[in-house]
Structures are given as C-alpha cells and as structure tokens.
Write a protein that binds this ligand. Structure first.
Ligand SMILES: CCCSCc1cc(N)cc2c(=O)[nH]c(N)nc12
Ligand SMILES: [Zn+2]
Length: 373
C-alpha cells in the first residue's frame, strides 16, 4: 500500500469538527462511532449488517486475538480483514488496557507486562514492540501505541508515574512501528483528571509525532462531569490537523458532549453489549424491552427508525423473543442500537457542516427529556 492515511477537515462549529479520514481501505466520516469487534466479530452481527448500520470502521483487540486464535494464525490466513470478512478500515487497541481489566497474575515492569490468559491460564508477555508486531500481523489499518491506563482510585503521583511510563512506551511504539505507508499509528494521552499531567502527556506525544492522537484514561469510572472537565481542555492540547479519538466512550449523551468538545472518533461496547441484554437506545432515551409493559404493544421500538427491528417487528415480539431467550433477540436489538448510534453520528456530522450544532444538541436533549417511550 503506498497511499498514506490523511485527515481532511471539512467544517467546524465551535470546537466541534467534521471531516474525513482517507485510508487505502476506504474513508471514515468524522465524527465517527466505531463498533467494537473484540474477537474478530461484532457480536450478534454479520459484517455486512455492521456496514448497513453506517459504520465505516470497526475495532479489534490485540489482547483477545493474540490469545485466540493468535496473531500468527490470522496472518497465515490472510490477515484480520480477510479472516473476519470486513474489507474496510480496522483500528486495533494495543492490549495493555485489556490485560489490566481481564488477565490474571499480571506483572508490570519498564519492559512491559506479563500475564496469564483469562482463557486457559497460559503465560504471555506484551511489550510496545510485541504489541506493534501483533497489530502488524493482524493487518490493522490504525494501530494504537502500547500504553497503561491506571485503574481508579489512583493518587496523582500514581497517575503521573503511569503516564510517564506510557510516554516512554509511546516512543518505543513509534520506533517499533517504523514507516508503514497506508497504516497509521495513534499515540494515547494519559494523565487522569489532572490538567498539568494531561499537558505533559500531550507535549511528549506531540514531540514524538503520531498520525492521530487518542485521549485515554477516561471512561474508567470517573463520571461524565469529570470526563467533560478533562475534555474541556485536553483535545486542545493535541494537533488540530490530526484525528482525536476518545477511547471507550460512550452513552449517546457522552458522545454528543465529546463531539462538542472537539473529539472526532469514539468506540464503545455499549450498543452491542446492551442490545444483548434487552436495552434499546432510542432518540427518546432507553427502553428495557424485557419490561412487561411491552408484552402487548404492537408499536415498533421507534416509529422513526428505519432499522430491520423497527421496520418489521413489534415491541411485543421483541419482548417475547427476549423472554424466550431466542437468538434473534440480541441480533435485532444490537442492529437497532448500532443503527441508532450511527444515525446520531450522521446527525452530528450534518449539523456541524451546516453550522447548527447548538440547535441539534438542544433538540437531542429536549427529546430525551420528553420521555414517553
Ligand atoms: C477495543 C477497545 C478500545 S478502547 C479501550 C480503552 C478504553 C478506555 N476507557 C481507556 C483506554 C486507554 O486509556 N488505553 C487503551 N489502550 N484503551 C482504552
Ligand atoms: Zn430501530
């Protein structure tokens, strides 16, 4: 691949931006929501269905895929795009975050992290260099630097030490990634909720130089107010002409607030995970389809939604198949949720392009305040 990955800003509205990330495997419209395909699948969805919801890019996980089926096996079989039948862009996380949240017997050092697999207890080691190698073997289009995301609660001194380790790992990630036209390496800002540490992290990442920059270390239990407090300044510490990716976010109102504050890319398991548990996200707020009040309701989940669940099925049917534990329940509600999240992103992109984001945000909150869902 010779074409480099480029980011073109089309319009801004306040601190919000809309544009396009061009990659050899296709374009990514921003602001973008990226469905999570942890182990090579967006759970309960076919890849063509994920595309039909409007997704331009999806996520994979170094941690899960290195354990099973291994990156080397995926490489031998033609890479992750071929393996999972998704030929558009893929972003992969670097693995450290998932080690800390899933693995056991973890041992952290300057070198990296050793751990035991949550699947079979086998021993593994992740370093910046190994993470870059795994993401190269997978064929990821957007590679994330290897970082540490400190678990809360953490003292400011612990957050500072962790952030500085992540910055040393960012340099090693950059060195190991090399120059790969058609592939991008994103750095990850850390620093908790402390402005000086966030500024120090951004300065370190800007000095190393990346194709894009993530705001990490948020959506880890700090709450929306604290997260928005960081987003009130942190995106502005990053280069204006590069994509800004807020990791692990979030609920629809988190997404709207993050876009208002200059974020271009987000990911979250919420729409797919909650779809499997019967939680539907709609323009009027959340609907728990397992609630008995839906048992005889002939209406669709959302009469304004054009997804397969809302076009062809009643709330009564969705309630029934969830109660009966039928597989179609998670399929339909996951599709609806991903469709709604993508519709929200399209609305945000159009509003920013038209200079009417404030009006869009006002309507977004007003509809949810009305209730009656
Ligand atoms: C497929 C999942 C991608 S996002 C995972 C994630 C989520 C959250 N909330 C924070 C971080 C972080 O600080 N660093 C890294 N690498 N990942 C994070
Ligand atoms: Zn729908």
């Amino acid at each position: 691949m010779s074409q480099r990955i480029t980011f073109t800003l089309a319009a801004t509205d306040g601190r919000a931006r809309t544009g396009t990330i061009s990659t050899p495997r296709g374009e990514i419209r921003t602001p973008a929501f990226m469905p999570v395909g942890t182990a090579g699948t967006v759970k309960a969805m076919l890849p063509e269905s994920v595309r039909a919801t409007g997704a331009d890019i999806l996520l994979g996980n170094t941690y899960h895929l290195m354990l099973r089926p291994t990156a080397e096996r995926i490489a031998r079989l033609g890479g992750l795009h071929r393996f999972m039948n998704w030929e558009r862009p893929i972003l992969t996380d670097s693995g450290g975050f998932q080690v800390m949240s899933l693995a056991s017997l973890r041992k952290m050092s300057e070198e990296g992290v050793t751990f035991s697999s949550h699947i079979d207890g086998s021993k593994h080691k992740l370093t910046p260099e190994r993470s870059m190698e795994i993401q190269r073997l997978l064929g990821s289009d957007i590679v994330m630097a290897f970082d540490e995301c400190p678990a809360l609660p953490a003292t400011e001194a612990e957050v500072a030490a962790s952030m500085r380790l992540s910055m040393r790992w960012a340099q090693r990630s950059r060195d190991a990634f090399g120059d790969r036209p058609g592939h991008a390496l994103f750095g990850i800002m850390q620093g908790g909720v402390t402005k000086d540490l966030r500024a120090e992290s951004a300065e370190a990442l800007n000095a190393i130089g990346f194709d894009g920059y993530a705001v990490g270390g948020l959506a880890v239990g700090e709450g929306q107010e604290a997260m928005f407090g960081v987003l009130d300044y942190a995106p502005g510490f990053l280069p204006e002409d590069r994509p800004r990716y807020l990791m692990g976010v979030g609920k629809p109102d988190d997404i709207v607030g993050a876009v208002e504050r200059g974020i271009d890319m987000m990911d979250c398991v919420l729409p797919s995970r909650s779809g499997r548990t019967g939680q539907a996200w709609t323009r009027r707020g959340q609907v728990n389809i397992k609630n008995a009040r839906h048992m005889d309701d002939p209406r669709p989940l959302d009469e304004h939604c054009s997804c397969p669940a809302c076009r062809s099925y009643s709330r009564a049917y969705l309630h029934h198949v969830f109660r009966a534990g039928e597989m179609i329940s998670g399929m339909l509600l996951t599709w609806h949720n991903l469709h709604y999240f993508q519709e929200l992103m399209q609305g945000l992109r159009e509003a920013i392009a038209a200079g009417r984001l404030a009006e869009f945000v006002r309507d977004f909150h007003a509809l949810r305040a009305e209730g009656d869902i």
